[in-house]
Structure formats: structure tokens, C-alpha cells
Ligand binder design. Structure first.
Ligand code: SDX
Length: 428
């Protein structure tokens, strides 16, 4: 492989270094492009061909359907680790020892109380408010109650801020859900495991003991692991670019939550369930909806299908599909929507339009079926995605700040009016 790429512009040749990553991915380093060429830049809507950074956190190979966190295969982590271990791995770079994990969890529990005045902000929301908007607002509000979390120039400050958000975020998630269901807010029980306590905070009733269901605990733990990071996706890129202005971590996370909310991104898991329900209500005619998805005149897309990077099966979708079968059968639930999903997937996987465009089920296609089986309301599905993605966002923000990345500020090609003389209002 040559060490440089040559670009010829107006008969002049310019050489740019090629950089190669540890998985042999190659990029043209164009840091000097504008200066070397007298102002020529690149343009790449949606950054389909553009790398924003070098990162050592997550590796994806979209053609082969590979996903690894810090070098560990997602299949191994989903099967053998728990979510807090994976969070530690993503944020600090290594799987924790038993002692390290116990200390991490103890430090998180120390910081899992939220200032009671946050409840006044939550109270101000209408019950009908979408929980993603509530979560984004409350996450940003955390800065006001934890001002020291903004300047994280030392490792110690960074660690304190990490355990603060790992402790408080699940509380905000549970409170956003309970606000909609009218249940009193609570803190669960910090003698429980991290994921057990999340379930108790979400579902505990004030008039009785909450009984843990191992099936639900394992299912949620696996789902959170599968959502924990995914390199430079839309919401993670948002967290990084907001943090690159040296805004605090909580403000950066709040922006990432808003980006994840969109139905083309994390909001797809809610959109998938709504689509499957619509197909069921419509008599289960999947062929009609497939035709709509292929009709360019129709804005309808097959939600949960397609991916910017995966041009093969999303490895997470494979794992979630198996888990959905297990959870439903363990819970003794017959969900016709799962059958519709399977029917849709098998039709799409043999349909020329989808095959040609390499559109496969993604992480959002089956996850909602498990969330629903767990009794989680559909409007909370994307909040659960954010709960899983939290450690990935933290890890990526921490890496961006540690590497002292410059403020993110893309260029553009102007296509508006050329200079024109001002006209006073009487002359317009
Ligand atoms: C996530 O980036 C990440 O890593 C994200 C994520 C993560 O973990 O962070 O993996 C999570 O966001 C998963 C994606 C969830 N979104 C959806 O399920 C929404 C439905 N999918 C699409 O909107 C779409 O596939 C995207 C947004 C996911 C990807 O869009 P791209 O890469 O910009 O691809 P594109 O829109 O250019 O599509 C290429 C072609 C187009 O047709 P042509 O113009 O070539 O004829 O494929 C078609 C698209 O119309 N197409 C679809 C389709 N997805 C793409 N047609 C019908 N249904 C679909 N779902």
C-alpha cells in the first residue's frame, strides 16, 4: 500500500499522507488540503465517506457484520459480560477486575441521588411529553446542580463526572417513565445490581415489594450491552462535536439524546413497533407495506431496515432476534407482532430492491418486541436505547477531550447570491 494519495487539480499535483488503522482501514489525511490547494475543500453530505476522528473504542466492519468494543467481540460481551462491566470497558479501556468493578459500582451508587429540585422541572412537563424530550432537558439541567462536572481537566474530575452521570441517568430514565404513568418517583434499592435497580426504579409499585424476574434482568442487561456504543453514529458525533467546544459532558449528552430521538436513528425502535402494529391493524398484509417502502413517491420506509455502515446483517439484530424468541417463550407470551416482523424480514431478505441496496434488519428491528414483552411503553423504547448508549457516549467524549481534538467546525460550498447593493425599503 503506498504511503500517499495524489490529487491533481488544474494540472497541479498534491500529495496527501495515507493513514492506516489497526484493522487496516485506510484514510487520506487531508488536514493540509485547503492550504496546499489555495482553498479547495471536500464536500460529503451525511459524511458517508468522511472520517471525523481516529478512535480506539469501537470497531465495525459493515461488509462482514463485525462489531467489537475495545477489541472484544459483541457476541462474547453480550453472552459473558454484564452491562456495568461493558460500561467500564468502554469508558476506561479494559475489562475491570472484580475489585475494580465493585468500586465502580459503589462509587456510582454514592452519586445516584438527584437534587430534589429536578422534580420541579419534571413536574412542569405535561404527561403527554415525549420522554426523550424530558430526558434531554433533565440531563442538561444536571449541569446546574453539578457545576463542578463542567471542567474535567484532571483524570480525577473526569472519574467523578463519569460516576455522577452513570448514577443519576438511570434515575432520570425511570422518573421520565413514571411521570407518564403517574407513579410516584423513587430510587429503588442500592443493595441491588445496577440493572436490577433500574428495573425496580422503573416498575416498583409504592404498595408492594417488586419481585425481580431473572428473565427480564438478563434481557435488559443484554439489550443495554448491545446498544452501548457504535463508533461515530449520528448521536455520538453530536456528543463529540458539542464537547469539542468544551461544553460540559451533561450538556453534550443532552444534545446526543436529541439526535438519537430522530426516527432515522434511535427513534426507529419506536417507529418499528408502530409500523408493525399498523401492519397488524391493516390485516397483516406485509406485501402492501413492502411495496410502499419501495415506492419512491411514498415517504414510507421499512423502519428497522438498512444501515449506513452494515451492508450485511447487523450482528446486534441477530442476537436480539434470538433473545426475542427466548424472552417471549420464557414469559409465555404469544406476540403476533413478532410473527409479522419475521415475515417482513424474510420477504425483504429475498426482495431484489432490498437485496440490491443491501438493506438488512438493524438493531432497532427486533428490540422493541422485547421491550414490549417487558412491559415498557413504546414511547420509552428510545429512552432505553439512550440508557444503553450512555457509556459509549461518555467514552467517546472522554477520548475526544483526552486527545485534545480541535473544535468541530466543517466548511461549506456557498451557493447563494453574489454581492448585491442594499436597497432601501422604498426602493424594493
Ligand atoms: C440506528 O449509524 C449507526 O451506527 C446507527 C445505529 C447506532 O447503533 O447508533 O446503528 C442505530 O440508527 C440504526 C438505523 C435505524 N433507522 C432505521 O431503521 C430507519 C430506516 N432506515 C433508513 O432510514 C436508512 O437505512 C438509514 C437512515 C438507516 C441509512 O440511511 P443512508 O445510509 O443514508 O442510506 P440511504 O438513505 O442513502 O439509502 C440508500 C438506498 C436509498 O434508495 P436509492 O435512493 O438508492 O434508490 O436505500 C433505500 C433508500 O431509499 N433505503 C430504504 C431504507 N433504507 C434505505 N428503502 C426503504 N426502507 C428503508 N428502511
Amino acid at each position: 500500500m503506498s504511503k500517499t494519495a495524489t490529487l491533481e487539480i488544474n494540472g497541479q499535483k498534491h500529495e496527501f499522507p495515507l493513514i492506516t488503522g489497526t484493522e487496516n482501514e485506510v484514510a487520506i489525511d487531508i488536514k493540509t488540503l485547503r492550504g496546499a490547494t489555495g482553498g479547495v475543500t471536500t464536500i460529503d453530505p451525511g459524511y458517508k465517506n468522511t472520517g471525523s476522528c481516529e478512535s480506539g473504542i469501537t470497531f465495525l466492519n459493515g461488509e462482514e457484520g463485525i462489531l467489537r468494543y475495545r477489541g472484544y467481540a459483541i457476541e462474547d460481551l453480550a453472552d459473558k459480560a454484564d452491562f456495568l462491566e461493558v460500561a467500564y470497558l468502554l469508558i476506561f479501556g479494559e475489562l475491570p477486575t472484580k475489585v475494580e468493578l465493585e468500586k465502580f459500582h459503589a462509587d456510582i451508587k454514592e452519586e445516584s441521588v438527584v437534587d430534589d429540585d429536578i422534580k420541579k422541572i419534571l413536574d412542569a412537563f405535561p404527561k403527554a411529553a415525549h420522554p426523550m424530550g424530558v430526558l434531554s432537558s433533565l440531563t442538561s439541567a444536571l449541569t446546574a446542580f453539578n457545576p463542578s462536572s463542567v471542567n474535567v481537566d484532571s483524570e480525577e474530575d473526569m472519574y467523578k463526572t463519569v460516576v455522577k452521570i452513570m448514577g443519576k441517568f438511570p434515575v432520570l430514565v425511570a422518573w421520565a417513565m413514571r411521570k407518564k404513568s403517574g407513579l410516584p418517583l423513587n430510587y429503588g434499592d442500592d443493595s441491588l445490581g445496577y440493572v436490577e435497580n433500574i428495573l425496580k426504579m422503573m416498575f416498583g409499585k409504592p404498595n408492594g415489594e417488586y419481585t425481580q424476574n431473572k428473565i427480564l434482568v438478563n434481557a435488559l442487561d443484554k439489550l443495554l450491552i448491545l446498544h452501548a456504543d457504535h463508533e461515530q453514529n449520528c448521536s455520538t458525533s453530536t456528543v463529540r462535536i458539542v464537547g469539542s467546544s468544551h461544553a460540559g459532558l451533561f450538556a453534550s449528552l443532552s444534545a446526543g439524546i436529541s439526535a438519537l430521538w430522530g426516527p432515522l436513528h434511535g427513534g426507529a425502535n419506536q417507529a418499528v413497533l408502530e409500523m408493525l402494529e399498523a401492519i397488524k391493524e391493516d390485516g397483516g398484509d406485509t406485501k402492501k407495506f413492502m411495496a410502499k417502502a419501495k415506492d419512491k413517491a411514498d415517504p414510507f420506509r421499512l423502519m428497522g431496515f438498512g444501515h449506513r455502515v452494515y451492508k450485511n446483517f447487523d450482528p446486534r439484530a441477530k442476537i436480539i432476534k434470538v433473545a426475542a424468541d427466548e424472552v417471549l417463550s420464557d414469559l409465555g407470551i404469544e406476540d403476533p407482532v413478532l410473527d409479522i416482523a419475521k415475515g417482513l424480514a424474510s420477504e425483504a431478505l429475498s426482495d431484489e430492491y432490498f437485496v440490491k441496496r443491501k438493506l438488512y434488519p438493524n438493531v432497532d428491528f427486533y428490540s422493541g418486541i422485547i421491550y414490549r414483552a417487558m412491559g415498557i411503553p413504546v414511547e420509552m423504547f428510545t429512552v432505553m436505547f439512550a440508557l444503553g448508549r450512555l457509556p459509549g457516549w461518555i467514552a467517546q467524549w472522554k477520548e475526544m477531550r483526552a486527545r485534545k481534538e480541535p473544535i468541530g467546525r466543517p466548511r461549506q460550498i456557498y451557493i447563494g447570491e453574489n454581492h448585491r447593493e442594499f436597497k432601501t425599503i422604498d426602493n424594493r
